[in-house]
Design a protein around this ligand. Structure first.
Ligand code: FES
Length: 286
């Protein structure tokens, strides 16, 4: 069992969990993830490790409530135990000194970006970061990312924080001002990574993306997470999650991500109905 040692709300529907998982903390490298199973009747979900503390034996997971299981995880208190946390899984990010690395993060993608930006900085790179979200509260981990960046820029769709617009606008300005970086790392919604990759392809800027495909086992056996990269089928859970953004078939990825939307919506509604019902029963018994 894997106890929750700390839990903090970092934005609306965003939680930061510190989980006791000494073996995983000892082995974790930037770019890797874990598969989490809340209880016997739950589903396995992939969650990126945002931070690990080998000395303290803990890993930090940043969870956005988007589906039934992440919403259920958001109800767990400190002291609750997760039935299974398997990992670290996936191929670690190749960290090396390349010169200038521009890290572009959107929404929940900022969490997996943090250890990569920290690793790139520690390797001696100049790190520029661009973080974006729909609104100010959804631009998460701003201080943590600033701490590992030489310069940081923010964008919001509604203009409530930083520049009004999308991360790609800020990226275009940054390239115009400082020249082409040696590497772009983009992590966020699939459409964001597609637009960033389309943009950098024109300038031949190497671009790494971290894909968030649907997973079941997380170990390369089910084939559920398959994506097309450069005309070849690759498994995100073992070959990735990071790939050359210029070679990913994002249209196929987006189509596959939408394959179970009706079922996901139904599971969410069922969870909400049950949860609200229990909450009301608790209130009337109090
Ligand atoms: Fe099953 Fe990747 S999740 S092969």
């Amino acid at each position: 069992m894997f106890p929750i040692l700390a839990k903090e709300a970092i934005a609306p529907a965003f939680w930061r969990f510190v989980i006791k998982a000494p073996e995983i903390a000892r082995k974790h490298k930037p770019g890797q993830f874990v598969m989490v199973l809340l209880h016997e009747r739950g589903e396995r979900i992939p969650l990126t490790i945002a931070h690990s503390d080998p000395a303290g034996g803990t890993i930090t997971l940043v969870v956005q409530e988007v589906g039934k299981t992440t919403m259920e995880m958001g109800t767990l208190p400190v002291g609750a135990e997760l039935l299974a946390v398997v990992g670290p899984l996936g191929t670690p990010t190749h960290i090396e000194k390349v010169g200038v690395v521009t890290c572009v993060g959107g929404g929940a993608g900022i969490a997996p970006l943090l250890p990569i930006a920290a690793g790139m900085k520690a390797a001696g790179n100049t790190v520029y970061s661009i973080l974006g979200g729909r609104t100010k509260d959804l631009v998460i981990l701003r201080e943590e990312m600033a701490a590992v960046s030489d310069e940081i820029f923010f964008t919001t769709d509604d203009g409530t924080f930083g520049r009004k617009g999308f991360v790609t606008h800020a990226l275009a300005d940054l390239i115009a001002e400082k020249g082409k970086p040696d590497l772009v790392v983009a992590i966020g919604p699939a459409i964001m990574m597609k637009v960033v990759s389309d943009m950098t392809r024109k300038d031949a800027i190497p671009t790494l993306v971290s894909l968030n495909s649907i997973m079941i086992d997380g170990t390369g056996m089910c084939g559920c997470c398959r994506v097309d990269v450069g005309g070849q089928t690759r498994f995100v859970c073992v070959d990735g999650p990071e790939f050359d953004g210029h070679k990913v078939d994002f249209d196929l990825l987006i189509k596959r991500l939408r394959a179970f939307l009706p079922q996901e919506q139904e599971a969410r509604q069922r969870f909400l109905a049950t949860h609200q019902c229990r909450a009301m029963q608790g209130a009337s018994n109090a």
